[in-house]
Write a protein that binds this ligand. Structure first.
Ligand code: GAP
Length: 438
């Protein structure tokens, strides 16, 4: 794991938040490569859910909502709390389910009896900081979907079954934050809530379980590193009738990437009761009136990001090049899927002391920039520059050499095979687009 963390910092994927002040409470910032990669993950999910599936519409609800939402959803009560113990000597808190000893793992001190600790982050809205203005940062994005269930149903003239998809930030005051971005206090979720007839919830639960697992496989994650885990009743969230987690085999062990939940009518019936608004669905054809059941797919982008990096990361001792003497260095290769890799194309002049070559390379970079996320690099030997690009998963490295000046072409090097082919500059955009979509 330390190698992934080091790569993230060194190459601009992820930085600790407020680093010059010593970092801040397990929050992280995504750097120039990180934000590109994160956007690629979000786009892959959004396309999959709203374009490739039937009857799913999007939403972008506000993070701040009435505190009544969280009262009705059960998040302010014991349901959304971790069982904690506190050390009587050093006052550090630990989750009971993660504790392996009967004494404080930090200082060996005596521990208190377990007590519940709510995970909601509080904030104040408006000019007066009192209880009346208290609300919470959302702990799951789906509550914004439930708040808009009726608005969307009516404005889009939808019929059950249908889904609503949303991507956005969520906040939890986690006690144990460890394993880099796996468990953090500010994270991003991609959630889809599928509203269906109660009788059909089982069928759709099964359907979504398979669909979601396939999504991860299609992003190139190795099959042996993924599994479905049925979550036992005592472990399930307070709203769930049935939960299956999609887990990834991280270097620190199996960890949840996404939860598939059958939430039954828990949310809509509670919000109906608490708001006084009847949220039952009226089926004119079947002459039925009922609270739809909700089958939810709830993934965390930061965890998917980490899983994709872990899965793609390879170290090759002595390097991959067989044509030149091995450098004896460890070469890093990040074999990210074409859709996910932050940089698609690198433009490299063979040498930087020939102005004509540099000029041509800069022209090519300007030509490609509007079409692909590109990097221009002229520092160091060409071999070293290829390795720098391999380390961040760049799909194609383009080299402008002496031949390019005569032939108006360049070499396109494939990250995985290291094979090079010459392509005319006039055909470059079309060729690269075709290659990247293949
Ligand atoms: N609406 C259902 C829900 O929020 P969850 O299992 O609590 O379910 C769903 O969270 C996903 O959100 C998890 O599978 C995980 O990927 C992500 N997630 C939850 N807490 C997280 C945290 N503290 N840090 C990073 N990701 C988190």
């Amino acid at each position: 794991m330390s190698k992934i963390i080091s790569l993230c910092k060194r190459r601009g994927f992820i930085f600790p938040s407020s680093e010059i002040y010593g970092g801040f409470g397990s929050c992280y910032d995504f750097g120039p490569l990180g934000v590109e990669m994160k956007n690629n993950i979000k786009k892959a999910w959004w396309d999959e859910m709203t374009k490739n599936q039937e009857n799913i519409v999007g939403l972008d609800a506000a993070i701040l909502m009435s505190p009544k939402v969280w009262q009705a959803s059960g998040h302010l009560t014991a349901g959304f709390a971790d069982l904690l113990v506190e050390c009587k000597s050093c006052h550090k808190r630990f989750r009971v389910d993660e504790l392996k000893t009967k004494v404080c793992p930090e200082c060996g001190g005596k521990l208190t009896e377990p007590r519940k600790f709510n995970l909601m982050m509080r904030t104040f809205v408006g000019p007066v900081e009192d209880e009346a203005a208290l609300t919470y940062l959302r702990a799951e994005t789906c509550q914004g979907i439930y708040m808009n269930y009726e608005n969307v149903l009516n404005s889009m003239r939808l019929k059950i079954p249908f889904g609503m998809a949303q991507i956005g930030k969520a906040f939890r005051n986690e006690i144990t934050t460890k394993n880099f971005v796996f468990r953090i206090r500010e994270f991003e979720q991609m959630e889809m809530e599928w509203f269906c007839r109660p009788k059909e919830a089982e069928k759709y639960f099964d359907f979504w379980k398979k669909e979601r697992l396939n999504w991860y496989l299609n992003l190139g994650i190795k099959k042996e590193n993924l599994r479905l885990r049925e979550v036992k009743k005592e472990e399930r969230p307070h709203y769930s009738k049935e939960t299956v987690d999609i887990e990834y085999k991280f270097p620190f062990g199996w960890g949840e990437l996404e939860a598939i939940n059958n939430r039954g009518d828990f949310d809509l019936s509670n919000h109906s009761k608490c708001s006084g608004k009847d949220l039952r669905y009226v089926d004119e054809e079947k002459k039925e009136k009922y609270f739809p059941y909700i089958v939810e797919t709830s993934g965390g982008i930061d965890r998917v990001f980490l899983a994709l990096l872990c899965d793609a990361y390879q170290e090759i001792k002595g390097g991959r090049t067989k044509t030149t003497k091995p450098t004896k260095e460890v070469e890093i290769l990040l074999k990210l899927d074409k859709k996910i890799a932050p940089i698609k194309v690198a433009v490299l002049p063979l040498v930087r002391n020939k102005p004509e070559i540099v000029k041509k390379a800069k022209e090519v970079y300007q030509l490609l920039k509007p079409h692909f996320v590109c990097q221009y690099d002229e520092l160091g030997s060409i071999g070293r520059r290829y390795r720098r690009q391999d380390e961040i998963g760049t799909i194609y490295a383009l080299t402008i050499d002496f031949e390019s000046l005569k032939q108006e072409d360049l070499t396109v090097r494939d990250r995985d095979t290291m094979k090079q082919e010459r392509v005319k500059i006039k055909d470059l955009i079309k060729v690269l687009k075709e290659k990247l979509e293949r």
